[in-house]
Design a protein around this ligand. Structure first.
Ligand SMILES: NC(=O)c1ccc[n+]([C@@H]2O[C@H](COP(=O)([O-])OP(=O)(O)OC[C@H]3O[C@@H](n4cnc5c(N)ncnc54)[C@H](OP(=O)(O)O)[C@@H]3O)[C@@H](O)[C@H]2O)c1
Length: 260
């Protein structure tokens, strides 16, 4: 979809990291943005920047783990803006925990925020987008939606769910004007790595700035291909698909080598 002044986008997880960078980047292009997350003050900071170029932008402070509220926010945004051209399901929480230390409540919470909320918001807007004959749905997943990350079983499961959902959705909607985009970020320097209550990350290597991912998402929206690895980690996913037993043995050896 070509972005222009007057395009409307609802971006979840817009109070920090990738979503905040994307909100600012879309607004710079004149896109009216609806910004969703729990932390109101942080949303207001992003909104202040967005309003410089997109004065009708708004915030919706909301906990998307409440799925009825998630649906209400999507419908309220449609009503407030007149329509939503682009829904970006970006909000997400980590869960860095060895599987033997995970509780089922934690698994459920991660699935709710990372998968059920995107599904619920998509299903709320899908009939309206179809009726209008226009719409783009962008799901910000993870390379952990293609690789089962050690010590992140719940997080990986939620992202695999989002990837499978996105693929099937795109095929179901193949002959419609709607556009589905799947974004698989790699390691990006955001607060998700420092969320309180999580185990320390196993990965301690380089991370890319969230602004790079935001620009990649803009390019994905304006382009015509489904899946986007930002940065390009597809060769690693391809290597896993070619030899999953070898890949898992390598992953287990790597976990031992970092001492956990
Ligand atoms: N950073 C990485 O290395 C990386 C890699 C792969 C994929 N991703 C994915 O990228 C997306 C954005 O993450 P990020 O890296 O930018 O991390 P982040 O800075 O922690 O951003 C996460 C966003 O999600 C929001 N959020 C979390 N729980 C929510 C809830 N219950 N209701 C509403 N909003 C909620 C947070 O806002 P509030 O706390 O204010 O609610 C925040 O705006 C996530 O889906 C993440 O899984 C990130």
């Amino acid at each position: 979809m070509k972005l222009r002044a007057g395009t409307t986008a609802l971006v979840t997880g817009a109070s920090s990291g990738i979503g905040a960078a994307l909100g600012r980047s879309l607004a710079k292009r004149g896109v009216t943005v609806g910004l969703v997350a729990r932390r109101k003050e942080r949303l207001e900071d992003v909104l202040a920047d967005a309003k410089a170029n997109a004065p009708d932008s708004r915030i919706w402070p909301a906990d998307l783990g409440d799925l009825e509220l998630a649906e209400r926010v999507a419908l309220e945004a449609w009503h407030a803006f007149g329509h939503v051209d682009i829904l970006v399901n970006n909000a997400g929480i980590p869960k860095r925990r060895h599987v033997t230390d995970l509780t089922f409540d934690e698994v459920e919470e991660v699935m709710r925020v990372n998968f059920f909320a995107p599904a619920r918001m998509t299903m709320a807007l899908l009939p309206k987008m179809l009726e209008r004959g226009k719409g783009s749905i962008v799901n910000v997943s993870s390379v952990a939606g293609r690789l089962g990350n050690p010590r992140e079983a719940a997080y990986s499961a939620s992202k695999f769910a989002l990837n499978g959902w996105s693929e099937a959705l795109a095929v179901d909607l193949w002959d419609t004007p709607l556009e589905i985009r799947l974004i698989n970020p790699g390691a990006i320097e955001t607060e998700i790595w420092y969320t309180p209550g999580e185990d320390d990350p196993l990965y301690e290597g380089d991370k890319e700035p969230p602004e790079n991912v935001a620009e990649g998402i803009v390019a994905a929206i304006e382009g015509d291909t489904f899946e986007h690895y930002l940065p390009d980690m597809k060769p690693i996913v391809d290597a896993k698909q070619a030899d999953i037993d070898g890949f898992m043995a390598g992953a287990a050896a790597w976990v031992k080598s970092v001492g956990r």
